[in-house]
Each structure stands twice: as C-alpha cells, then as structure tokens.
Ligand binder design. Structure first.
Ligand code: ADP
Ligand code: MG
Length: 314
C-alpha cells in the first residue's frame, strides 16, 4: 500500500502566539510545537509537504528596512518573501529534523525557495487590496505614491500600502518538490503562498510586488503533488457556518457541492481568512484531490484520524 500524501498548510498565526511573543526565539518555539504534530503524522505513515504563511514576518522585515532606510538599501517585497521562506523554513526544518532523530525516523527535510507564477493581466493588479507593512502619515503616503506605491487611508490609523493578491497559476519548483517527496523527503515549500513571479515575453520570469494567498497556493501544491489530502492548520479547530453570529454552527463534514453552495452564499466565511481555505479545498478536490481538512495544529493527528476538524469530501 502506498503512503497517503498530504499537504499541511501552517497558518502564519500558528507561528506567532500573540503580540507579546513575536521574537525569533518565540517563533522558533511555536514552530517546534507545530512540528511535533507533523512528526507524528510522518510516524503514522503519511508523506508530508508543509506550506506556511508569512504575513507578520514580512511586516517585521519591511518595518526594519524602513527604519534603517537612512543608512541601508530597502528590501523589495518579493525578497521579503524569499527571506521569510528561508527563515521560517529553517525553524520548521531544524525542529522537524530534531523530532525525527528523537523518534528514530530516518528522513531528511528540505526547504525549497518557491516561486509561483501569476498572470500580469490578473484583474487583481488593477485594484490592489492587500495591506502591507506599517501605517504611514499622509506626507509619507503621498511621497510613496509618487514612487509608484498604491496607498489607502485606513480610518484614523493612517495610510497603508496595498498590493495585488493575484491568483496562483503554477508553482515553478513543483517538479523539484515532487522529486524530493517521491524520494521520501519531507519538504517545506511555497512559504507565504510563494514568491509571485510573472513570465516575460522572452520566457524569463521576474518577481513582482504582490502577495499570493497561502491557502490557494497550498491547494495548488497539493494538486501538483497528486496529494490525496490537503490539511489547513489554523487558529480554529473547525470552520463554522454563520461565523460570529448567534446562528453560528461548527461544521463536521460537508461535500464539495455543499461547500460550493456555502461559498456562493457569501455570508459564512471571513473574507481573506476562512473563505480562501474553503476555496483552496474546493479547487483541490475539483482538480482531482480526495478531501480537505481544516483544524488547528494541536488537533492535526485527531483530525486526520476523523475525530475532529471540518472535513470537505468529494
Ligand atoms: P491563518 O493564518 O491560519 O490563515 P486566518 O486568520 O487567515 O489564519 O484565518 C483563521 C481565522 O478565520 C480564524 O481565527 C477565525 O477567526 C476566522 N474565521 C472567519 N470565518 C470563519 C468561519 N466561518 N469559521 C471559523 N473561523 C472563521
Ligand atoms: Mg490567512
């Protein structure tokens, strides 16, 4: 019997407990907790690829870059993506290697810097909507706008930069990731949804200042790897219908068609939080995947064993 191949998407919030625990050491400790559960999955016989968010981490790099701008060059957004893939990959990779050694599992772990192709004609580029970095005052916002940034005012808090969040089309490193998984390695890839790149007329790719939703990119990875299961580990044990209202109802198992119906109703899942997770699972199953699961890291093992989480089936 061949092993069940699973993509586990780790939420950005699973790496930062709260605003009092944001240091590199704190994030490392959180990565260790998440990895303990992933190591158990590997012990249970699953073939695992790990993806992760990077929203807060990119924010920190941009802030540092901004504060140091009088002395040092600034860091472009796509390079922040690459930096966070390296740093978060390192924390996940080292902890997982340590887990494997303790558990007597002979498996290597590799982090792959991942580029994800998007379409330069994606309508998202016409109306950038994803806030990035710190709040600015009006003078800074107007200077940045002249430099080419899109900025929006967010109430009294000030101005923020917004960038496009185009749809992920293709993971450039998918064949490499696949080879590694086929060879028995655990792979950490597509961090932060991947570094967005566009293809030039010449056929070359180049990075663009945008961000890709990590849930949608994780679904794409699951498809590219012919995984049968996509698990999205986030801050809630289950997804709910009518979330945050008196009619709220936790979901156990729903079919693909039911999930599509709830998405279409547009009232159940938070925009930019739960909605892309449901959408990613729907896309994955429609592309041939077997099922998707939403739960928190603490419940990973119980959820794959069918004891909890929200499950979307064919
Ligand atoms: P991640 O970093 O894991 O992507 P998000 O904050 O983007 O985390 O998404 C998880 C959050 O989505 C939960 O903490 C919850 O507050 C929110 N959410 C929105 N809609 C729902 C829903 N229908 N059911 C459960 N949680 C929801
Ligand atoms: Mg999210």
């Amino acid at each position: 019997m061949s092993a069940i191949r699973v993509v586990v998407a780790v939420g950005g919030n699973s790496l930062i407990r709260d605003s009092q625990h944001q240091s590199v050491q704190d994030q490392y400790a959180m990565a260790a907790l998440t990895d303990d559960h992933i190591a158990t999955l590997v012990q249970m016989g699953y073939e695992v690829a790990i993806t992760h968010g990077n929203g807060p981490q990119v924010g920190f790099i941009l802030r540092r870059s901004e504060l140091a701008a009088h002395e040092l060059h600034e860091i472009p957004l796509e390079v922040c993506g690459a930096d966070t893939q390296g740093a978060i990959g390192y924390a996940l990779q080292q902890n997982l290697c340590n887990d494997f050694r303790r558990l007597g599992i002979e498996k290597g772990v590799a982090t792959v810097i991942s580029q994800v192709e998007v379409d330069i004609n994606d309508p998202a580029f016409l109306s950038p909507s994803k806030p990035i970095g710190w709040y600015m005052d009006e003078v800074t916002a107007s200077r940045r706008q002249k430099e080419g940034w899109h900025v929006v005012q967010e109430g009294d808090k000030g101005w923020r930069r917004v960038v496009a969040s185009p749809r992920p089309l293709r993971i450039i490193e998918a064949p490499v990731i696949r080879k590694l998984i086929d060879s028995g390695f655990v792979v950490i890839a597509v961090g932060g949804g991947g570094i967005p790149v566009v293809r030039e007329q010449s056929g070359d790719v180049r990075g663009v200042e945008a961000v890709i939703d990590k849930d949608l990119a994780s679904g794409l990875l699951a498809t590219a790897l012919d995984a049968s299961l996509l698990v999205i580990a986030t801050s809630v044990e289950k997804a709910a219908l009518h979330f945050g209202t008196p009619k709220q109802q936790w979901i156990d198992t729903i079919t693909l068609d039911e999930a599509k119906g709830y998405l279409a109703e547009g009232i159940h899942f938070g925009r930019g939080s739960m909605e892309p997770k449901i959408q990613a699972i729907v896309d994955f199953i429609e592309a041939g995947g077997t099922e998707g699961l939403i739960t928190n890291a603490e419940n990973l093992e119980r959820a794959v064993s069918g004891e909890t989480g929200t499950r979307i089936t064919r």
